[in-house]
Design a protein around this ligand. Structure first.
Ligand SMILES: O=C(CO)COP(=O)(O)O
Length: 257
């Protein structure tokens, strides 16, 4: 069976300032050096205005950085949009697409998430494709149907040979920012289902895809989630804004490597 390296990625959302980011990034770096050799892949996805700051602070470290969205367009008259080539100018390794906050507040469709994924892959940036059901969908027994629809919209656009160029994040909407976490078993069930969907596109590469869990992951619940067979890391919101918490999750991942 494929041994997948865990990825712990922070999604800072619309938080931070030049001054607070400086402190946070310095604390993460110094904490990491105490944890010894990089135990897993680590990344922070920062607001667009702070990409230059992240690049300059992290370029000689093992921590990667990325963005939280990208335009479906290549360039031109699209006020406020940010293209994949602009992200490349700041050497982004990752770009989040399809976060539920984009789907909910900006009516982002499955098809635009798929187009954004393609843009990032074409630029050589790894898309972190987010999927997840609402509480209503879970209660209605629609979890698998929902995440399958969201993921398959992306898989329909990408070549099966490119499957290992994406990261998938399962983020149940009801667990985001609520302090309520999916149990490890609940999350594992959806992760295994997602991997089975990926396997339909390419069974060999599906084993290599990192599938992250996101939704109130904290240092005290990370180890049990990350111990599950198909949970290959975390996409961390609130806990990524505190160096101690973020490092606590990294340390939990380290136990598994
Ligand atoms: O949305 C998330 C990461 O993208 C998760 O956020 P929280 O960790 O704050 O629940």
């Amino acid at each position: 069976m494929e041994q997948r390296r865990p990825l712990i990625a922070g999604n800072w959302k619309m938080n931070g300032s030049l001054a607070s980011n400086h402190v946070l990034l310095s604390e993460i770096q110094s904490g990491l050096s105490e944890l010894s050799a990089a135990p897993c892949d680590i990344a922070v996805c920062v607001p667009f205005p702070y990409l230059a700051q992240a690049q300059s602070a992290l370029q000689s470290t093992s921590i990667a950085w990325g963005a939280q969205d990208v335009s479906v367009h290549e360039g031109g008259a699209y006020t406020s949009e940010v293209s994949s080539s602009m992200l490349l100018d700041f050497a982004c390794r990752y770009g989040i697409v399809g976060h539920s906050e984009r789907r909910t507040y900006h009516s982002e469709s499955d098809i635009s998430v798929a187009q954004k994924t393609l843009r990032l892959i074409a630029a050589g940036i790894t898309p972190i494709v987010c999927v997840g059901e609402t509480l209503q969908e879970r209660k209605g027994g629609l979890t698998e149907q929902t995440v399958a629809r969201q993921l398959n919209a992306v898989l329909a656009q990408i070549d099966g040979a490119s499957l290992d160029k994406i990261v998938v994040a399962y983020e149940p909407v009801w667990a985001i920012g609520t302090g309520i976490t999916a149990t490890p078993e609940m999350a594992q069930q959806v992760h295994a289902f997602l991997r089975a969907q990926l396997a339909q596109a390419n069974s060999v590469l599906a084993e290599k895809v990192q599938i992250l869990y996101g939704g109130s992951m904290k240092p005290d619940n990370a180890a049990s989630l990350l111990a599950m067979k198909d949970i290959d890391g975390g996409l961390i919101g609130g806990a990524a804004l505190k160096a101690g918490d973020f490092l606590g999750i990294v340390a939990a991942a380290k136990e598994l490597v």
